[in-house]
Write a protein that binds this ligand. Structure first.
Ligand code: CA
Length: 221
């Protein structure tokens, strides 16, 4: 059994019950909210480890819910949507969703996606020199000062710090952090790396993040 808790925000009770059973059978503790407002309240008060969020809710659009959650909460969010368009996917990821599933989906796919998101959040504290990263608390410090990162910047740093010195290509980072869902030719990875570098530099961490021209990125190990 797992002690990890998943909040389902879904107004269709048939779908919610199926999700509850699938996730319960897999050992997760499951809670359910049937409106966006209830979902936001439960997210704030109960601190779930992951949120499954339906986009078509009776009170708010799911995209608004993602945005509101992201203001003060780094919980992994997997969006459930029937809208299968590239624009919609890019919009959701841009708002701060971690992943999405297109309805209808297979329970095995759901469980696989949930596992990936939870695994990225629950490992031990990592460090490289004076840089430390606590995946559970979502906390990064350099020389004792806190580095304030967006959820994706945090995930990228968490990836790089596992193997300092190893060069990750833009494509690998896209695969790991966005599950390969960035459109071809997207500069999203570069934008995030530039932001991450600027934040490190502000804390005197100049040169910690290397760009290997034409290859990718690495932490200076
Ligand atoms: Ca719905």
């Amino acid at each position: 059994m797992s002690d990890q808790r998943i909040l389902i925000v879904e107004d269709d009770l048939d779908i919610a019950n199926v999700l509850r059973m699938d996730l319960g059978d897999a050992g997760y503790a499951v809670d359910h909210a049937d409106t966006a407002m209830n979902g936001l309240i439960k997210a704030r008060e109960d601190h779930p480890d992951l949120i499954l969020l339906d986009l078509g809710l009776p009170d708010f659009d799911g995209g608004d819910v993602v945005q509101r959650l992201r203001k003060n909460n780094a919980v992994p969010i997997i969006v459930l949507t029937a809208r299968d368009t590239v624009d919609e996917k890019v919009r959701l990821l841009g708002l701060g969703a971690d992943d999405y599933l297109i309805k209808p989906f297979h329970p095995d796919e759901l469980l696989a996606r949930v596992k990936v998101q939870l695994r990225q959040r629950t490992s031990e504290s990592l460090s490289m020199g004076e840089l430390t990263l606590d995946p559970h608390k979502r906390l990064v410090t350099y020389k004792g000062a806190e580095l304030r990162l967006s959820p994706k910047e945090f995930d990228i740093l968490a990836l790089l710090i596992r193997q300092p010195g190893r060069v990750y290509s833009r494509n690998e980072i896209g695969q790991e952090i966005w599950q390969g869902r960035l459109p071809d030719g997207s500069n999203v990875v570069d934008v995030h790396m530039a932001n991450l570098r600027a934040k490190l530099r502000d804390l005197d961490g100049y040169g910690l993040l290397r760009t290997v021209r034409g290859v990718g990125y690495a932490l200076r190990g």
